[in-house]
Design a protein around this ligand. Structure first.
Ligand code: GLN
Ligand code: ZN
Length: 753
């Protein structure tokens, strides 16, 4: 008998992003709610059919969502804040997800789902909220699944992770919430659910005393509940390590382990007294990456499990929900066949599971041959890159002089006014810019035509910045569709899918580049654009690059070597670009690292190692320049007290950060930051044009924490999503704010009329 196979979740946006289309049409009032719900039902049906065709035995249900499953959970347990409650159900749902201007309701905040690029809606549980069960979505989807003849296993986010992820982590509400889960499970049983998958991914984290206690309480509660379906406790995104004890103490009926990231959990469990009758779901196929499964190690794990446990107590599954991978490799027609032969999307991963479950000898043999071929492929290795990477010594990581000394040379070279003004890099990506790019891609506009268009955009952008009176200019990034994809396209070692979409939030999807091999830079990437921009003005134009850690974090990365090594190769390629910009006469170069914080491992104990190599890679990319060349960096988040030392260690000459949304609260965290800093003095994420007075206020706060000589004046992120009208209005006020404060600072006290 082959082992049973199951999935924890399936992508829901549609292989052709049908849900996106339908949602957006509903939101703009073109489509009706009936149409939206029909498309949703159709998608669920197609997804179950695909699973059945692939041979998956147990299918998830309630893994579908119109926006987000954490938000769905909030609705299911009645955690809807009062201010949304007067609206009809669907309107309230989308108002929480994305705000409703017509009702003056803003959206609930959004956060990254563990260390993925998926974002969930952060529930808000008001003190007065009494939870109440709303089973409509679950019942509907369960009924549909049964009707379609699948063997459904409803998925529900567990109560502890749900509370933990909610605003303020109100774990003290657990007893009330457990009561709702009790009812929920009873009802699901009555509706015919044999098993329910209870997701508790927070079990892979380092648990505080309180969180650990909450998990213990919750597990005991479910263990004691009689009238309920069987429960599979699903953990993923890492190893349970010490938390395995919690689970062993109060086992439910089944346990899913992520054996890709937490391989060692299996032996700890099986050797250390696995509870009798506990069904184990072995997450052997990587749900977080797009590479084919290494059957040899997967099979070894399965065999090992089989040597300790009867087959009836084992199931095979992906490591986590397949939400984080694209649908189907078959939809890719442009990929290089050799590279494509190494890849597996959701459709292929299901087939891998089934082959493993059957112990399919032919599939196993083919997989072994393929992985040998991949290891030997010349596409993967570049001797020069490898030799260079091994030759890196610590002096490659340091600028010549320390900041305190090199900054004088830079001040002399640029002779900027106090409180110099600048921007973060991009200027509006207008309809015209997007159209020209689309025309060029489709061959309707030739290379010369496109280059000419971009030059004209750059020239226009420089003129506008000069007219506004900005001190340090940028070229505007009109040639870039995306800050990672653009660089990937010019680097060896990357490839791109045409349909490899993954949901980021709501209807929004991303198509991450695929980093498959050694990374090198055949020729300069941005030098022509930056030099052209610099040739148009006497003011300094800063070069603009995406940093190595961000390129790594926002791509699907090869799994055959440590990420640190891959990152080092990207850093070396960028180092050449930085030096080439300098040679071309670009005196300031900004290397953006918006992803450095989100790359942090889930467990704090793993942070140090990550931050060490991440900082080293940034330094490797940037330290090749002379002392008088100024390195800038930008990060778009305001929560960084926990990495402030690492940010300091990056040693960029000027740090530009997002601050305005947190009312400059993060400035406090920056006290003592030794290099120049540009705390964003207005929020670019809103179309509102802030007044000069507001910006003066924000600047004053910045002046309270850092010496005036070290402060820059700038917006808090790139301007590509804004219109020129908004941008020019805001920057005019920004320049004026800097002027006012300069006047104040340079002529203190006695300015009698
Ligand atoms: N330089 C980029 C821009 O201005 C930075 C984008 C980002 O921080 N995400 O758009
Ligand atoms: Zn930013």
């Amino acid at each position: 008998m082959p082992l049973l196979t199951s999935l924890l979740g399936y992508p829901r946006i549609g292989a052709h992003r049908q849900l996106k289309t339908s949602l957006e049409s509903y939101w703009t009032g073109k489509g009706s709610s009936e149409e939206l719900l029909a498309v949703s039902a159709q998608l669920r049906s197609e997804h179950w059919k695909a699973q059945r065709r692939a041979g998956i035995d147990i299918s998830p249900c309630n893994d579908f969502s119109l926006y987000d499953t954490v938000l769905d959970t909030a609705v299911t347990v009645g955690a809807v804040p009062q201010r949304y409650r007067h609206l009809p159900a669907l309107d309230a749902y989308f108002a929480m997800a994305r705000g409703a201007t017509e009702h003056e309701l803003s959206a609930l905040p959004m956060k990254k789902w563990f260390d993925t690029n998926y974002h969930y809606i952060v529930p808000e549980i008001e003190e007065g909220t009494s939870f109440a069960l709303n089973l409509s979505k679950l019942s509907l989807e369960l009924a549909q699944a049964k009707e379609e003849g699948v063997r459904p296993r409803p998925v529900i986010l567990g109560p502890v992770t749900f509370l933990y992820l909610s605003q303020g982590s109100p774990l003290h509400r657990l007893p009330d919430l457990l009561e709702i889960y009790r009812q929920l499970l009873e009802k699901l049983k009555a509706e015919g659910a044999e098993w329910v998958q209870l997701d508790e991914p927070s079990l892979v984290l380092e648990l505080s005393q309180e969180l650990r206690q909450a998990h213990a309480t919750s597990l005991e509660f479910f263990q004691a509940q009689k009238n309920r379906p069987k429960l599979l406790l699903a953990t993923y995104f890492g190893s349970l390590r010490e938390n395995l004890d919690l689970v062993k103490k109060s086992p439910l009926d089944g346990l899913h382990l992520d054996l890709v990231r937490g391989t060692q959990d299996l032996a700890s469990l099986l050797e250390g007294g696995c509870p009798e009758n506990l069904l184990l779901s072995l997450g052997v196929v990587d749900g977080r990456n797009i590479w084919k499964c290494d059957f040899k190690s997967a099979k070894a794990l399965v065999d090992y499990a089989l040597s300790h446990r009867p087959a009836e107590l084992l199931q095979l599954a992906p490591s986590c929900s397949l939400l984080h991978v694209p649908y189907d490799l078959q939809l890719e027609t442009e990929l290089d066949p050799e590279i494509a032969s190494w890849m597996a999307f959701a459709e292929q991963k299901m087939r891998e599971l089934v082959a493993l479950a059957k112990g399919d000898e032919a599939a196993l043999k083919a997989s072994l041959e393929l992985s040998e071929a991949r290891k030997a492929s010349t596409r993967l290795f570049n001797t020069q890159v490898r030799e260079r990477a091994t030759a890196v010594t610590s002096d490659w990581l340091s600028r010549g002089l320390p900041f305190s000394e090199r900054s004088h040379k830079q001040r002399e070279k640029f002779s900027l006014p106090l409180l110099p003004t600048t921007t973060i890099g991009s200027f509006p990506q207008t309809k015209e810019v997007r159209k020209a790019r689309a025309d060029w891609k489709a061959g309707r506009l030739d290379q010369a035509g496109y280059d000419g268009f971009l030059r004209a955009e750059i020239a226009g952008c420089i003129k506008r910045q000069e007219a506004l009176g900005l001190d340090v200019l940028v070229h505007g990034e009109f040639e870039r569709n995306d800050m990672v994809e653009y660089f990937g396209q010019y680097l060896e070692g990357f490839t791109f899918t045409s349909n490899g979409w993954v949901q980021s939030y709501g209807s929004r999807c991303v198509k991450p580049p695929v980093l498959f091999g050694d990374v090198s830079r055949p020729k300069p990437i941005t030098v022509d654009w930056s030099s052209y921009a610099q040739s148009l003005t006497v003011r300094p134009v800063k070069g603009m690059l995406t940093g190595p850690v961000t390129i790594l974090c926002w791509s699907f990365v090869r799994d055959d070597q440590p990420r640190s090594e891959t990152c080092r190769q990207i850093a070396l390629a960028l180092r050449d670009e930085v030096v080439d910009l300098e040679i071309a006469g670009i005196g300031m170069i900004q290397v953006d690292e918006p992803a450095i914080r989100e790359g942090l491992p889930l467990r704090k104990s793993d942070w140090k190692e990550y931050l060490e190599w991440a900082v080293d890679c940034f330094r490797l990319a940037t330290a090749g320049v002379k002392d008088e060349t100024q390195i800038h960096t930008h990060m778009c988040y305001s929560e960084f007290s926990d990495i402030v030392e690492a940010v300091e260690a990056m040693d960029s000459d000027a740090l530009f950060i997002e601050t305005s949304r947190s009312q400059m609260a993060l400035l406090a965290q920056l006290e003592g930051y030794p290099n120049d800093v540009g705390p964003g003095i207005y929020d670019i994420h809103s179309p509102r044009v802030p007044s000069t007075e507001e910006m003066v206020e924000n600047l004053r706060r910045a002046l309270d924490i850092a010496a005036k000589e070290r402060i820059w004046v700038n917006p808090d992120c790139g301007l590509k999503t804004r219109s020129w009208l908004e941008v020019e209005g805001a920057l005019r006020n920004l320049v004026e704010a800097a002027r006012q404060l300069r006047a104040e600072i340079s002529s203190p006290v006695s300015s009698f009329p």
